[in-house]
Write a protein that binds this ligand. Structure first.
Ligand code: PMP
Length: 439
């Protein structure tokens, strides 16, 4: 007998077997249809099995399926790089391809380090992150992540990089207007850089809009404008991790656009191939590469499958499908979803409902007045997830951590192609699931 080791299989060996999928639906081996209100893992932004992608894959596979990108290139690699440079803001014009979000982050971390070495500042090693941020499962990306749940077991192997608090207005204790609070929260970065010594800090990494750990927390734009100012002042690179929120998820092509800030590096993944191939990218500002050009040692990094012609052909096709109409649908359906969740505003277990584009986060608390979190042993988010799943709606598995201990959330991130009827069904099911668990 053979065993496939699955992520989370130890906790629940009876995961449903999916044999087919279309539009917003997953179909099990028993023919049961499940609404995928998580778009896989915020990946299948164009819905399941959209027309045309299979043909692109077959055509590319029939021509050339693999070349080593350490020496060769191929038409889809060149075309995709050009498109990404044109789509991303500012002078983020250089594309470095990898196969997963974690690898895109690792690439950004190593490139930041090489940049400082090339400029004669080899002591700049630390990558400041935020508590509850998530940037990937590999040891470098996890070191920069502050997701306490995922870090715990691996702590001895992680870099001891410092962190600031999350950009989480719901739990901020700063006073004043949203703008003043945002400025104060970003000020934590300046304090930490000064405390550590700017000469030791390579970069700051953040998800512009947070994903799985604290779904859809987004601060006033002043926050990232301050981050940009602070990074510039202290020579620290700013890495925006848009692996989850890039490609239309928040209603704009990239989430950084909400804050009018251009990072030094931007990491992309998930929606880049809409789920048809493992591919990710690190977009790099032109200015960063200048010192590396003359450096003796520069960015000796890459993976065997990076820039695979089939994966790049898929992404080259998929990125063209993030049209203004699709983004408009994402915004409209996001608003519809959150309107449908309105009955939860009076729920005795709902603390906060957040939405940006087609990304909705609901936070469950023991006391909405004080924001006191539930005892993690109650597994409130799990009960709600399971209740919704019994009714045929798969939500993004929540949990995550609040202030260092597990908190209770649910995230909705359905395909950006979501239809009105399905949007109604999702909110109705979530409202019923929460109401059932509240009783
Ligand atoms: N960064 C962010 C913001 C993510 O949400 C994720 C995945 N959830 C990653 C990085 C890691 O991506 P991957 O799982 O493809 O390695």
């Amino acid at each position: 007998m053979s065993t496939l080791y699955k992520w989370g299989a130890g906790r629940d060996p009876d995961h449903p077997v999916i044999t087919d999928a279309y539009d917003e639906y997953l179909v099990t081996e028993d023919g049961e249809e499940i609404i995928d209100a998580a778009a896989g893992a915020a990946v299948v932004n164009l819905g399941h099995s959209p027309d045309g992608v299979d043909e692109v894959m077959a055509e590319q596979a029939s021509r050339v399926g693999y070349t080593s990108t350490s020496y060769f290139t191929s038409p889809p690699v060149d075309s995709l790089s050009e498109k990404l440079a044109a789509m991303t803001p500012g002078s983020l014009n250089t594309t470095f391809l990898s196969n997963s979000g974690s690898e895109a982050v690792e690439s950004a971390i190593k490139l930041a380090r090489d940049y400082h070495v090339a400029r004669g500042e080899p002591e700049r090693e630390a990558v400041i992150g935020r508590w509850q941020g998530y940037h990937g499962a590999t040891l470098g990306a996890l070191s920069a992540s502050g997701n306490t749940g995922r870090r715990t077991t691996y702590k001895p192997y992680l870099q001891d990089w410092p962190k600031i608090g999350p950009a989480y207005p719901y739990r901020w204790e700063y006073s004043g207007s949203p703008e003043e609070q945002a400025k104060a929260a970003a000020g934590e970065l300046e304090t930490l850089i000064k405390q550590e010594g700017p000469e030791t800090v390579a970069a700051f990494i953040a998800e512009p809009v947070s994903g799985s750990s604290i779904p859809v927390a987004h601060p006033h734009p002043r926050y990232y404008q301050e981050v940009r100012r602070i990074c510039d002042e202290y020579g620290v690179l700013f890495i925006a991790d848009e692996v989850m929120v890039g490609f239309g998820r928040t209603g704009t092509m990239f989430a950084s656009e909400h804050f009018d800030v251009v990072p030094d590096m931007l990491t992309l993944g998930k929606g880049m191939s809409a789920g048809f191939a493992p591919i990710s990218a690190t977009m790099i500002r032109d200015e960063l590469l200048e010192p590396l050009e003359d450096a003796e040692h520069s960015f000796y990094h890459g993976h065997t499958f990076s820039g695979n012609p089939i994966a790049t052909a898929v992404a080259d096709h998929v990125v063209d499908r993030y049209t203004p109409e699709l983004l408009a649908n994402a915004r409209a359906r996001g608003e519809q979803l959150v309107d449908g969740l309105a009955p939860l505003r009076d729920s005795s277990i709902v603390g906060d409902i957040r939405q940006l584009g087609l990304m909705v986060g609901v936070e469950f608390v023991a006391d909405p007045e004080t924001g006191e979190a539930f005892d993690p042993d109650l597994g409130v988010y799990k009960q709600i997830f399971e209740r919704a799943f019994e009714e045929g709606v798969y939500t993004y598995p929540g949990g995550g951590s609040v202030d260092g201990h597990r908190g209770d959330h649910l995230m909705l991130a359905p395909p950006l192609t979501l239809g009105e009827d399905v949007a109604d069904e999702i909110s109705r099911t979530v409202v019923n699931a929460v109401t059932d668990v509240e009783r």
